[in-house]
Design a protein around this ligand. Structure first.
Ligand code: GLU
Length: 492
């Protein structure tokens, strides 16, 4: 016996009029999680009917971004612009059934109508003025050379209800939907112009047998209109789940003005796909008790459900994203970190055999690089931090003011001189941690300073700064490439 395939079919319907936005990507995450949770299908539809603004490079960017995030989709993406015939056929069906009609009102007339509404302090809406034109009136408009849009009837008296998987019982009045809705742009007499969003979405979702429409709550009013279209087209309506918006620090909808909002920007900044996907899951969904906040998409899918999707907007929190990124970097282990950092180091000319001075062949040694990665790991937020922080290991840094100040501390230079003298015979030898500790103690004693003084001074000499990772590990790494003694010697 084979198990029944899951009837769950969800879709992401991005418009390729820009790069993959974090809001769209978060919608993709929720769709993916729900599909995988149910063993259903996650489909893509490229809504490229805005011919002027849609660009193939944006489609490529969106698909690449989804792939990078690990949001694999099922089947070939549906290309909306290839379905024009079906969209027009549905409009014809609505015209034939009397659910839609041609409206000849000119732009000037519509503007005058809106101005009159504004003057009367009324909400802008189409006043359905061409709803019941007689054939003679239509013929007269056509004779004038007017072109018509197609409008779908929305009765003021209608009440539209649905049970939203996130927001519960929803209720809209036909009166609040702005009057009869344009479903096709203007076209010459007898023709149907370009079909518009609400119509094409319904036709395509029905054709793709979409069971659940999961999208941002900015589409709620569209859902009310779309439900009327399903009814008029005689198609079963899917279920709806409206997810909370992503908000900026001021609590407003996150927009391009907030700077980084494209997935490719986050990627360029050095965020990992795993951290970003994890973070987006948390934007509006609360994991079950005990799960913690760091998880993979595959771990979230089995426990994902709409009952834990919040209704309130989700504030974008860079600190949490940074924390997650650091977690992801560390949990991969030093070897994986090394493999990711090595190409970035190589871009700076670091760590390539032969490119550095011959004495620095150690820089190209995977074992040395792995130990460096392990040392830097705990302080990394972004992978790119591992370039900045690795710099003093590959090239000798200048001393900053604090480091120079440290060398002026009483006994500092004397302690470093004692250390240099002890190191001289050890230049080619391995230096162990215990031995290094002992050398520090002896140098401090010889100069009559506290151990803290020699430690701070050694850090200043080695890194040119009083900040940096664990001192002993730093020293041992630099010793392996013969860099410790010359850096100490330059300070004497
Ligand atoms: N193309 C629409 C958008 O990107 C799709 C909305 C929907 O999911 O229906 O907003």
């Amino acid at each position: 016996m084979t198990a029944e395939p899951s009837p769950v079919r969800v879709r992401l319907a991005p418009s390729p009029t820009g790069t993959l936005h974090i809001g769209t990507a978060r919608t993709a995450v929720f769709n993916w999680l729900f599909a995988r949770h149910c063993g259903g299908r996650f489909l893509l539809r490229i809504e490229d009917t805005d011919r002027e603004r849609s660009k193939p490079e944006y489609t490529a960017n969106i698909l690449e971004g989804l792939q990078w995030l690990g949001l694999d989709w099922d089947d070939e993406p549906v290309i909306q612009s290839q379905r024009l015939e079906q969209h027009r056929a549905a409009i014809q069906q609505l015209l034939d059934a009397g659910h839609a009609y041609r409206c000849y009102a000119s732009e000037a007339e519509l503007t005058a109508m809106r101005e009159a509404q504004a003057a009367a302090k009324q909400a802008p809406r189409y006043d359905n003025r061409h709803r019941d034109l007689s054939p003679e009136q239509e013929a007269a408009y056509i004779a004038e050379g007017r072109q018509a849009v197609v409008r779908f009837r929305i009765d003021d008296a209608r009440t539209i209800t649905w049970s939203d998987l996130v927001r519960g019982e929803m209720r809209w009045s036909g009166r609040d939907l702005g009057g009869d809705m344009v479903i096709a742009r203007r076209a010459p007499a007898g023709q149907i112009g370009d079909p518009l969003y609400n119509l094409v979405v319904v036709v395509d979702d029905a054709a793709m047998a979409i069971s659940h429409v999961i999208r941002g709550e900015d589409h709620i009013a569209n859902t009310a209109k779309q439900l009327l279209l399903y009814e008029a087209l005689g198609q079963p309506a899917p279920q709806f789940a409206h997810t909370p918006l992503i908000l900026n620090q001021e609590g407003k909808k996150l927009s391009k003005r907030d700077g980084v909002t494209s997935i490719s920007d986050f990627k360029a900044m050095g965020y990992s796909a795993a951290a970003l996907a994890n973070y987006m899951t948390l934007l509006g969904w609360s994991p079950p008790e005990g799960m913690g906040e760091r998880f993979s998409l595959a771990e979230a899918a089995p426990v994902f459900g709409f009952e834990r999707v919040n209704r309130a907007g989700a504030r974008f929190d860079w600190e949490k994203l940074n924390w997650l990124n650091g977690q992801v970097l560390r949990e991969q282990g030093p070897e994986s970190l090394r493999q990711q950092l090595a190409p970035l180091w190589a871009e700076r000319g670091w760590g390539q055999a032969g490119a550095d001075a011959p004495a620095h062949a150690v820089h190209a040694d995977p074992a040395w690089q792995r130990d460096l990665s392990e040392l830097l790991g705990p302080s990394l937020t972004l992978l790119a931090d591992g370039v900045e922080q690795a710099a003093p290991f590959f090239t000798t840094p200048e001393l900053n003011d604090a480091a120079r100040g440290q060398l002026e501390v009483a006994g500092a230079r004397a302690a470093l001189a004692a250390l240099a003298a002890a190191l001289e015979p050890l230049t080619a030898a391995d230096l162990g941690a215990d031995q290094a500790q002992a050398l520090l103690g002896e140098a401090a004693a010889a100069a009559g300073v506290k151990k803290g003084v020699i430690m701070k001074s050694l850090r200043a000499a080695l890194l040119g700064s009083l900040q940096g990772p664990d001192l002993l590990a730093t020293w041992l790494l630099l010793h392996r490439c013969g860099d410790d003694l010359p850096r100490i010697a330059r300070c004497l």
